[in-house]
Design a protein around this ligand. Sequence first.
Ligand code: NAD
Length: 366
Amino acid sequence: MTSEIIETKDLKNDPVFGQLSFDNHEQIVFCNDEDTGLKAIIGIHNTTLGPALGGTRMWQYKSEWEAVNDVLRLSRGMTYKSAITGLNLGGGKAVIIGDAKTQKNDKLMRRFGEFVNSLSGKYITAEDVGMETRDMDIIREVTPHVTGISEANGGAGNPSPITAYGVYMGMKAAAKYKFGTDNLDGKKVLVQGVGHVGETLVKHISDEGAQVILNDINEERLQELSKKYNANVVLGNDIYGLDIDIYAPCALGATLNDETIKQLQAKVVAGAANNQLANEIKHGKLLQEKGIAYAPDFLINAGGIINVYAELVGYDKKECIKRTENIYNTTLDIFTMAEKENITTHRAAFNIAQSRIDKRKKEQNN
Ligand code: NAD
């Protein structure tokens, strides 16, 4: 497998395998079902450390190509997330093309579950954007290769609260590194995306006294949460130049790009969204040059995968919380390592994850 983080490639001659997000994926499965209208893609990036576990995202993509690119980026991210977290899991992810609010139904979920089942456990699914614990319960009717199922059905329930707790730990560690204290009292924190993870994160940081600013495309939700947490609201996309201490991306990926980094006033970036850097090398460096402490997304949003992994090996809530709490220490270590080696934090985290995969590969080949 590759040992480099993604760099730009010439795609003219290799439109599929040469796609820069393809990055040595083991398998990609296109799932199409005329009866239910299901159009899904399952990406299996790497199974060196174990079966590829990663959630399913249901989203109304602008084009099928956008969906392919998203699933590839997401499944690759899962490889490194599980690797750095010390889990015996590979990286995979799935996307269903469609509007979760209007096009999701039990038949569609079951059909998707059958596709997951056809992979005989090489890919294990869970929740992601647009999916709920209830959907996992439906999928469970047709395949055992699903996690994040409800407690009533023997699972560990929605992984989002523990994801949020891990992000909170990562944010505190980043604050410690940048501000010399991990106390968030009085810090101005912009939370972009107040869904399952974002809301719980808002709760943690509000409880600690942070001045929270909420942003979401769902205005109803913004109104509801601004009252609940006594938080300010900012509407629209014009948010990057706000006078804030911490930016917490908790919606979708690639919000750290040429345009936004230029405007960014925050000193710390720590959030739940996957693939926050539009280009890992370029935008990782731009943040470093601006002196912005970036807590790598795949490191600090690993609480959920810790939780769903526990479902496979025997759920122990205390152990999951302990492991998630440790994100604080690992994040601090990453900042120290990046500074010492004068590399980006993304690179530092990536190197640790990659070396674990390489080591296992070597053992397997011996
Ligand atoms: P969610 O669907 O519950 O919430 C996402 C929120 O973002 C929604 O409220 C949505 O309206 C909002 N949003 C979408 N586009 C936006 C935009 N352009 N600007 C502002 N807000 C926007 O999803 P979630 O489960 O809370 O996950 C959030 C992010 O964290 C995703 O990127 C997901 O992949 C990642 N993540 C989630 C988990 C988990 O356990 N749920 C684990 C790891 C990573």
